[in-house]
Design a protein around this ligand. Structure first.
Ligand SMILES: Cc1cc2nc3c(=O)[nH]c(=O)nc-3n(C[C@H](O)[C@H](O)[C@H](O)COP(=O)(O)O)c2cc1C
Length: 160
């Protein structure tokens, strides 16, 4: 099963999960990056990201070459921002046509307040086959063993 993991990560949590998924599945890995690469910390990071969610702004992205049609399974991952998938993932979905009926698996990383992020993520991809969804709480704060086990468990479900 040819698999691609396509993720956005601002602070490294989704990246960590995506890298583990790549290792478990032998997948190709693609990172969504915003054109705006200014580093924001503390409150200004939350204001910047939260505003994007509330104004439905989808930020411009750096070019990313990926051919969704050439994969059997696409795993898409994004952090939760203000109860929604982070807008850069929405930018990617707006600009990259995911072929209808594609097999997809979705994951989110968050700090314990997922809100309706996975529901919103799924509804944005109506018309595709969502085989599984998974959320990870603060991956970088977990022990490597625990996170690895959670990722492995999910990949077994994906393979099955
Ligand atoms: C703008 C912004 C909004 C956030 N909103 C939420 C939220 O609503 N619920 C939550 O549990 N975590 C929220 N977080 C925390 C992130 O979802 C969490 O730290 C996630 O693991 C970050 O993934 P990343 O390291 O791949 O960027 C928010 C973070 C940012 C920057």
């Amino acid at each position: 099963m040819k698999t691609a993991v396509i993720y956005y990560s601002l602070d490294g949590n989704c990246r960590l999960v995506a890298q583990m998924l790549r290792e478990e599945l032998g997948a190709d890995l693609f990172s969504i990056e915003t054109l705006d690469s200014k580093k924001r910390k503390g409150l200004s990071k939350f204001v910047w990201g939260g505003r994007m969610v509330f104004t439905h702004k989808e930020p411009p992205l750096k070019p990313l070459t990926v051919d969704p049609a050439s994969y059997d399974l696409l795993i898409l991952g994004a952090p939760v921002w203000a109860g929604s998938p982070a807008p850069p993932m929405m930018s990617f979905l707006a600009q990259e046509a995911i072929p209808a009926k594609k097999r997809l698996a979705l994951f989110c990383c968050h700090m314990g307040g997922m809100g309706k992020a996975l529901e919103t993520f799924k509804s944005r991809l109506a018309g595709n086959e969502i085989v599984s969804t998974k959320d990870f709480i603060s991956p970088e704060k977990q022990t490597a063993e625990n996170l690895q086990a959670a990722v492995k468990e999910w990949t077994l479900a994906l393979k099955g």
